[in-house]
Design a protein around this ligand. Structure first.
Ligand SMILES: *Cc1c(COP(=O)(O)O)cnc(C)c1O
Length: 426
């Protein structure tokens, strides 16, 4: 596979952009090698500037559930853009998108549109603090909620202790507003509430972890979190930036039948353009300015072009059989990868919920971040490069999800499994 143009582009980019990328994981730092610079993408396929084409399972890290450059989404974008790109004044389309989201998520009466998942999380935390008049946030080790200062933290020693900064530039005093607990461990959350309950504003969690690889909640975990939050008068915030519209029309909260106080959406809801949202019951959402005392604003919030892309995308998800088709192709991929690994005597645990999954190179099970760290990263990296060279584009990190889109055909899945079989054997 020839990659000379990507190599050149990478070295040009590195002169002008830190590390040559505008988001760190794109740099291939974890797997080594040269990041591919992209020329175009359509459906399940993505093509780099050396004209190598890959079956893409990154899916832009989640948004492209219809596949790349879906014609109906492009039409909506084009039509809307011709009427003006941004007004700094409301449009009816924002209400239409809000209506769709509220219909899918019974826990949401009202929502605010913002520009990124990070912004939605930061705003939801402020809102939770304003509403509860408390300050601390509980979060899971290995969970990711965007690059919000107080969430870029690592655990100190001991269970349920105040966190330490995990990035330069994060003040210790902000990190200490976060309490870290292992994922899928209810008793750790109980300990945290016992220690800090009077000052816990919210528990923020990915209801299906997607940023340490995919880890589903163990039975009873989410309901247990709900009960603890109720008992200690803290808000339960589900970060459904990945899972919203991905695992079910109403996200993980529909799948597991647990109702959060606030929900954070991103990725799919913007149809591939920068848009995210946070929402919940009116009693909480009304605390936001201009109706309430919690301030939050944005020049490009509810941008008409992004809103149009979001609506056009959600329209497709509502068609009969959409999630069933996605499920059967995703199940076929997971089963095929499992069998191929077993035949090659390679321990592999595939965690999957619907069209999001991670193959962990370990005999498993993988239920928290500690288990993730005990999977074989070198094996993943070798697998990643063999697959890439065969035209399959997986996430350039062992600890991420792969996403199947509606555009992935049965042939794409079969081809992927065949290439995985050869890669495992090698
Ligand atoms: C991607 C992601 C975010 C951050 O969203 P950005 O749009 O990248 O800021 C937050 N939470 C989760 C669960 C995510 O996967």
């Amino acid at each position: 596979m020839i990659t000379t143009k990507s190599e050149q582009a990478y070295s040009n980019a590195q002169r002008l952009i830190p590390g040559g990328v505008n988001s760190p994981v794109r740099s291939f730092k974890s797997v080594g090698g040269v990041p591919r610079f992209i020329l175009h993408a359509k459906g399940s396929k993505i093509t780099d500037i050396d004209h190598n084409t890959y079956i893409d399972y990154i899916s832009s890290w989640g948004p492209t559930i219809l596949g790349h450059a879906d014609d109906r989404v492009l039409d909506a974008i084009n039509q809307t853009a011709r009427n003006g790109l941004t007004f700094g004044a409301p449009t009816e389309q924002e209400t239409h998108l809000a209506e769709r989201v509220c219909k899918n998520f019974p826990s949401i009466d009202q929502l605010r549109l913002v520009n990124s998942g990070t912004e939605a999380v930061a705003s939801a935390i402020r809102l939770a603090r304003g509403y509860t008049q408390k300050t601390k946030i509980i979060k899971a080790i290995g969970g990711y909620h965007g690059h919000v200062d107080q969430l870029l933290v690592q655990a100190g020693s001991g269970v349920a202790t105040l966190a330490l900064p995990d990035s330069a530039g994060v003040p210790k005093s902000l990190a200490e507003l976060t309490v870290l607990v292992p994922y899928n461990d209810l008793s750790a959350v109980e300990t945290a509430f016992k220690k800090f309950g009077s000052d816990i504003a919210a528990l923020l969690i990915e209801p299906i972890a997607g940023n340490m690889g995919v880890i589903p909640p163990v039975p009873g975990y989410l309901a247990g979190l709900r009960a603890l939050c109720d008992h200690y008068n803290a808000l339960l915030i589900f970060d459904e930036v990945i899972t919203g519209f991905r695992v079910a029309p109403g996200g993980a909260q529909q799948l597991y039948n647990v109702r959060p106080d606030l929900t954070i959406l991103g990725k799919i809801v913007g149809g591939g353009l920068p848009l995210a949202a946070y929402g919940g019951p009116q009693t909480i959402m009304r605390q936001l300015a201009p109706t309430g005392p919690v301030y939050q604003a944005g020049t490009l919030s509810g941008n008409p072009v992004a809103v149009a892309a979001g609506i056009a995308t959600l329209e497709q998800l509502g068609k009969p059989g959409f999630y069933e088709t996605l499920e059967s192709r995703s199940a076929a991929l997971a089963a095929g990868l499992s069998t191929a690994a077993r035949d090659a005597h390679i321990p592999l645990t595939i965690n999957r919920v619907g069209s999001m999954m991670t193959p962990f190179f370990t005999s498993g099970p993988v239920i928290n971040y500690d288990d993730v760290l005990h999977s074989n990263k070198d094996r993943y990296n070798a697998f990643f490069h063999r697959m890439l060279n065969r035209g399959i584009y997986l996430a350039p990190s062992a600890f991420e999800a792969l996403f199947v889109s509606f555009a992935h055909s049965d042939d794409d899945i079969r081809y992927t499994i065949d290439q995985a079989r050869i890669s495992f054997e090698e």
